[in-house]
Design a protein around this ligand. Structure first.
Ligand code: LLP
Length: 419
């Protein structure tokens, strides 16, 4: 459920009419709903009510906007970060250092050091080599870094290959069969408090079966590690729960997910950690765009909009579907391809799709753009960086400004010897 609904024939975000935002801020623009973010944060937490002691870390990569992070901090969420930049954002938004988990396959020496400087709660180690480096840096400071070992359980998450992370050939974690040996060696290091294991098999998961299979393997691993004499107090089960992108899609609900987690992890006696991103932020945001013009095509018309693949990359790189709707629908539909102005054939949001009928200057939205939307935007074709707006009831605020080419050019330099 979200708060982007028609009222008197006009799409609203909560109580704000989207054309008002377009008039004031321009398009393209991302629009987030505070009420939806808070609702999703609550529903995810409630889903895990029978799962014992739980730690929730919002996957910052899905939506790193400071205002969004602040909302989640207020909901008691910590952060799952994968870079020094995300770490700084989580802290700036008011997340507690001890609630921050540092994931990521290539944490640099500088980033590991930053994590120690800020006294974050946990590092999820992705290799023995990384564990050795962290231990060495921490020991030299007379500290012990709390950490888990990320395991690759070799489970097919059944999602798009580019967002699948738990198969043996993926670069993430250490293979589950060698994990006990690596754990044993790392746990001896002075600078580490190796307290558990972590896993994340992919994103936009449509079924619980792969997750259940993965968690069952983690349960066995926890038993094996305990049998070998290790103390295991934390297991990080990652993120990955999918959301509906099409009205007819029906991925598992947080309640179904939580019930499965409670059943599979019964008796583990650990703090369970979660890293949800998309399930919280996805349907909390839309990207609004304006039709520049309509051009006839061979199979169907092209609706050329002012948003492009640089603003919302998912269709271009994962063939992702984002539902398109007119902001003031007439009830009539058309078959059209919705495309952006960028000079690439992959700059296409919808191919020969039946959509609300729109004309030049009409506004439309792409739904489910709150996760992996603005965060992946760039300025390709020297387009401005897309702004973000947060709605709260009948008020709204710009929470990320449109960054114009002039600002970006100001950070570029032509050396004297070229002048
Ligand atoms: N934890 C780790 C270690 C991750 O790598 C990810 C996502 C998450 C948590 C959050 O997963 P979520 O709950 O959001 O599924 N750009 C792609 C998605 C990439 C996801 C990468 N990792 C997309 O637009 O679909």
């Amino acid at each position: 459920m979200d708060h982007f609904q028609l009222k008197d024939g006009v799409l609203h975000a909560e109580d704000v009419a989207l054309p008002d935002i377009a008039d004031q801020i321009g398009t393209p623009v991302y629009v987030y709903s505070r009420a939806t973010l808070e609702r999703h944060a609550r529903v995810f937490r409630e889903g895990l009510k029978d799962a014992g002691k739980v730690h929730l870390a919002f996957a910052v990569k899905s939506n790193p906007n400071l205002a969004v992070l602040k909302i989640l901090a207020n909901q008691g969420y910590g952060a799952d970060v994968v870079s020094g930049g995300e770490l700084q954002r989580a802290l700036a938004a008011g997340m507690k250092a001890e609630d921050i988990v540092f994931s990521g396959v290539g944490k640099s020496r500088a980033e590991l050091t930053l994590g120690l400087d800020k006294a974050i709660g946990q590092f999820n180690l992705e290799s023995e080599e990384e564990g050795q480096m962290l231990a060495e840096i921490a020991a030299a400071r007379g500290e012990k870094a709390s950490a888990t070992l990320r395991v690759n359980p070799d489970v097919d998450a059944g999602t798009h290959a580019k967002i699948s992370t738990g198969k043996a050939e993926n670069k993430f974690g250490v293979a589950i069969d060698v994990a006990p040996d690596i754990f044993a060696r790392l746990s001896k290091l002075e600078g580490l408090n190796l307290r558990g294991v972590a896993v994340h098999i992919g994103s936009q998961l449509q079924k619980l079966d792969p997750l259940e299979k993965c968690y069952a393997r983690m349960g066995q691993l926890v038993s094996d590690l305990r049998a070998a004499g290790h103390e295991i107090t934390h297991v990080d089960l990652g993120g990955g729960l999918g959301v509906p992108y099409k009205p007819e899609e029906n991925p598992p609900s947080p309640a179904d997910y939580g019930a499965m987690v409670a059943r599979v992890t019964k008796g583990w006696d650990v703090t369970l950690m979660f890293e949800p991103g998309r399930v919280i932020a996805g349907n909390s945001g839309v990207m609004m765009t304006q039709v520049i013009r309509i051009k006839p095509g061979v199979n169907s018309d092209f609706v050329i909009v002012d948003a492009a693949m640089n603003d919302l990359m998912r269709p271009a790189i994962y063939d992702a579907w984002h539902h398109f709707e007119a902001v003031q629908p007439t009830g009539d539909t058309m078959t059209a391809s919705i495309v952006g102005p960028i000079c690439e054939s992959s700059d296409i949001f919808a191919k020969e799709r039946e959509v609300d009928r729109v004309q030049t200057d009409d506004l439309g939205i792409f739904r489910t753009a709150g996760a992996y939307g603005a965060t992946m935007a760039n300025t390709y074709n020297s387009r401005p960086l897309v702004p973000e707006v947060l709605v709260d009831g009948d008020k709204y605020a710009v929470v990320a400004e449109r960054i114009e080419p002039a600002t970006i050019m100001a950070a570029e330099h032509v050396p004297d010897w070229l002048k």
